[in-house]
Design a protein around this ligand. Structure first.
Ligand code: NAD
Length: 367
């Protein structure tokens, strides 16, 4: 049986022959420290923060050692549940003092979208590596500020793109790069769900930075790029709104968008907060195809190609992600698909262009 680590290493090797447009800037020649563990504090103890904490129980290279929260009762509960010492607990007013704490290496920012920039910059200035949830920021300008702050502080900036480490996703990417589908000229990405409570931060423009596109549509943007293995050169987009009360000005409900790529490939995608059963990628080539449904949910991911189903054991995505991110930070490992700030920024540039295309009706050039 191939272990997860062996599979990922195999996938890395088989893609090394092709020059990926998004190769990591970190050298893989950095000294291996495989005995070292990345000690992580989670900032934002909400629903996804809890999911990450649970998944980290099974990590081999990453360990939850600290928390940053504005809710004292949550801190107490997490101390108890995860064995976190009081000296590693902070709130949003005093977390900058983390710079004096040698027992924390990295902070995972899992707060609402508009807080990603200030929180990530605060963490970087405290000298800790930053792992930030998607979307990395509200727009490309904010993303660039974050990259610069992390560079100035000499810390890593990684984005929580858990699919970049998912086994079946990596196998489809390997086959695409190996030419097994022939020339891939079409990608379809369908990303959406029916959102509930109208009062939640995801429907508040100030905190979310937009609507479905920031939250779920970004999976189709990112997926088109890693499935096709190239960067788009133009976008077009159209918005539909059926409920302007729930989805206020600046909060997108449904957007269809298209992207064109240098090879001539096109992507056709849907981002929505108003329909369920939308978690599907389809990649079509001259010699074959890959279909993934579900494609980006918490799994198990289902994938099949013209050759038949792709079988692989389901491993909790966030467990793999945190172990692999530890290897990136501690060993200088280069992932098959990057998860650094530049990768996050590429998606934000496209999000900006999609919103501009919706506003203007124009085809927006990305070059
Ligand atoms: P959530 O509402 O469940 O949790 C957000 C946390 O941030 C809460 O604990 C809240 O108390 C805290 N917070 C701090 N300051 C706040 C403020 N001013 N206003 C509101 N809340 C504040 O949300 P979530 O679902 O955990 O999402 C958090 C982030 O994680 C988002 O950026 C989201 O896109 C991302 N996320 C990623 C995935 C993934 O699969 N990668 C999945 C879900 C969420």
């Amino acid at each position: 049986m191939t272990t997860r680590r062996q599979f990922i290493e195999k996938a890395s090797l088989s893609t090394m022959a092709v020059t990926l447009p998004f190769a990591s800037t970190f050298s893989s020649s950095v000294r291996k420290q495989e005995d070292k563990v990345l000690r992580v504090a989670i900032m934002g103890l909400g629903s996804y923060g809890t999911r990450v904490a649970e998944a980290m129980k099974d990590c081999k290279r990453a360990k939850l050692v600290g928390v940053i929260s504005g809710t004292p009762s949550k801190i107490e509960a997490w101390k108890e549940k995860y064995g976190i010492p009081a000296k590693n607990c902070y709130n949003y007013e005093n977390y900058h003092q983390i710079k004096d704490n040698p027992d924390i290496d990295a902070v995972y920012v899992i707060t609402p979208n508009s807080l990603h920039k200030p929180h990530s910059i605060g963490v970087a200035r405290a000298g800790k590596h930053v792992i930030c949830e998607k979307p990395m920021a509200l727009n490309a300008e904010e993303g660039r500020e974050m990259i610069q702050a992390c560079q100035e502080a000499g810390v890593h900036l990684l984005v929580g793109y858990r699919m970049h480490f998912e086994t079946k996703t990596l196998e489809v990417i390997r086959r695409q790069r190996a030419g097994e589908f022939g020339k891939t000229l079409f990608f379809q990405g369908l990303s959406g769900f029916m959102i509930g409570d109208p009062k939640q931060w995801r429907l508040n423009r100030a905190l979310a930075g937009g609507g479905a596109m920031m939250d779920i549509g970004i999976y189709s943007i990112n997926g088109a790029r890693y499935m096709l293995g190239e960067e788009p050169i133009w976008v077009t987009a159209q918005e539909v709104k059926t409920d302007p009360v729930k989805f206020k000005q600046g909060v997108d409900e449904t957007i269809t968008f298209q992207m064109g790529f240098p090879s001539g490939a096109v992507a056709s995608c849907l981002s929505t907060y108003s329909m369920n059963n939308l978690d599907k990628f389809f990649l079509n080539g001259t010699k074959g195809f890959a279909e993934m449904q579900p494609s980006t949910g918490y799994g198990p991911i289902q994938a099949r190609t013209n050759q038949g189903p792709i079988e692989a054991e389901h491993i909790t995505h966030q467990t793999t992600q945190m172990d692999e991110m530890a290897a990136i930070i501690l060993d200088g490992k280069s992932p098959v698909v990057p998860v650094d700030g530049e990768e996050g920024l590429r998606d934000l540039v496209i999000v900006d262009a999609i919103y501009e295309a919706v506003r203007t009706g124009a085809r927006i050039s990305l070059i």
